[in-house]
Design a protein around this ligand. Structure first.
Ligand SMILES: [Cu+2]
Length: 359
């Protein structure tokens, strides 16, 4: 099923792209409106509930499809097109919940918060009124702590025959020395938020909700999402290199680990969209891809590669993604399927948006 065209462009043209802005560049009333739209999604029925009974609402539709698809859409070629489509669908749901139709999914430009730990902790993104709330309470622990929220421990036995399919490298490479939280999200408009999803790919019904957790690690953000790291990514020549470096090494894990640390929901590769801040992080990940694409757009709107199988960058288990590789999101009635080539340009085909600024 093809995605319907965005509401502003009944024709194939994209005369008035909607604008994705940095969170702190939105007016206060717009920030309130965005938060209310996310809260509204949490009150509407989910289209995926008939497929997966633990889906409680429209917001969790996006969590559900991400959890079910994680093994096929990370550390693979379609990482970027998949998340581009996921956000485009999330935007439609926001609009149907009152979000301003001239605006798209706001982004979190992490580079603005890598200057100092104080700047990070005081970032408008974590504001308790006009943002997404702050850190969780501190919980002592390390990678071998028994209360890990379903981590795939890096000490798992070698030779485990599921290792091809387990995202070993998606866990932080070692303990996170400056992790500073770990407890439930306790302040801000989403305080007390929980889900039945997780940890990781677990979708079995449970007796109690699991809270969304935060475990800030400024070092993870600074070391991997600094202006220098972003500039280094922008200098890469081929999509295959750009995808590998940014997906698994630099700013993509930085945003997840900076907020999620060791115990936080954002560090859970599968269930991270349970934290609403996920969508601001990934909007900036997409902005970085578009920033890279527009440096040589004629070539890069056609440049697709990267493995079909997770972490198979040597193509031992499968081939590479191409412009004809299918990309879909949504479970059950909410499913939308396109091809990579439909998602290579943000103002062509089904997409019609722009960023207020680029890297
Ligand atoms: Cu993802």
């Amino acid at each position: 099923m093809a995605a319907p065209p965005p509401p502003q462009s009944p024709s194939k043209t994209c005369a008035r792209p909607y604008v994705r802005k940095e969170w702190r560049h939105l007016a206060d009333e717009q920030r309130h409106q965005y938060i209310r739209a996310v809260q509204c999604m949490m009150t509407l029925p989910g289209t995926a509930t008939s497929t997966l009974s633990i889906v409680r609402n429209r917001f969790e539709d996006f969590l559900a499809t991400h959890v079910k698809q994680t093994d096929f859409v990370h550390f693979v070629g379609i990482f970027y097109p998949y998340h581009r489509l996921l956000l485009a669908e999330y935007e439609k749901a926001l609009w149907s919940c009152g979000w301003d139709r001239s605006l798209g999914q706001p982004f979190w430009d992490w580079t603005l918060d890598t200057g100092s730990k104080e700047a990070f902790l005081n970032s408008p993104i974590f504001d308790t009124t006009l943002g997404f709330g702050g850190n969780g309470a501190y919980i002592p622990g390390n990678l071998s702590h028994p209360e890990l929220p379903g981590f795939v421990s890096s000490s798992a036995p070698a030779g485990d025959d599921s290792s091809h399919h387990r995202p070993m490298q998606t866990s932080p490479p070692n303990d996170i020395p400056d992790r500073s939280g770990g407890g439930c999200l306790a302040d801000g408009p989403f305080a007390g938020l929980g889900t039945f999803f997780g940890p990781q790919s677990n979708v079995e019904p449970k007796a109690a909700l699991r809270c969304v957790r935060r475990d800030f690690s400024f070092a993870s953000l600074r070391e991997r999402a600094s202006p220098a790291q972003v500039a280094a990514a922008m200098a890469l020549g081929r999509y295959g290199d750009f995808e590998f470096v940014t997906d698994s090494q630099s700013y993509h894990p930085a945003g997840h680990w900076g907020v999620g640390g060791l115990y936080g929901t954002m560090t859970d590769t599968y269930a991270s969209p349970a934290d609403p801040i996920f969508f601001l992080h990934h909007s900036n990940v997409d902005r970085a891809w578009w920033s890279w694409q527009t440096r040589d757009l004629a070539r890069r709107e056609k440049d697709m590669s990267g493995p079909l199988v997770m972490f198979d960058y040597a193509n031992v288990l499968g081939g590479n993604a191409t412009l004809d590789t299918p990309v879909w999101v949504g479970l059950g009635d909410g499913r939308v399927e396109l091809k990579v080539k439909d998602l290579m340009h943000i103002q062509k085909g089904p997409l019609c948006y722009t960023y207020e600024s680029l890297y």
